[in-house]
Write a protein that binds this ligand. Structure first.
Ligand code: ZN
Length: 110
């Protein structure tokens, strides 16, 4: 693990660092910098919010806009992205998560 930093930088030519782009399943926004939250369909526990992004399963991303969460809760974007039926319990969890982490007002700013 040690000693490799710097060795790669001396390669010729600038190489753009590979940044994985997330795509919000509702607004289709792509951004590497903004905070995207992963929703995962686990084999055992159904659809869950995965803040660490590390759980196994089919994943979909929602961006940090409240409106997208709101739409995901009432609409079918997540169902389609995860190829799953999002049930009412999960929708409640999503709705709560949005309330706790995002503010409606943030969308009006700027
Ligand atoms: Zn979005």
């Amino acid at each position: 693990m040690s000693g490799s930093i710097g060795a790669r930088a001396s390669r010729k030519g600038p190489r753009p660092k590979h940044v994985p782009l997330r795509t919000c399943v509702v607004c289709r926004d792509k951004d590497a910098k903004r905070q995207f939250v992963r929703i995962v369909r686990t084999p055992d526990e159904g659809v869950q919010i995965d803040p660490t992004g590390k759980r196994n399963g089919r994943g979909a991303y929602l961006c940090d806009k409240y409106i997208c969460w709101e739409r995901a809760v009432v609409g079918t974007a997540l169902d389609r992205a995860l190829k799953a039926d999002i049930d009412a319990d999960v929708r409640n969890v999503l709705s709560q998560y949005a309330d706790e982490h995002f503010r409606k007002d943030d969308n009006v700013r700027s």
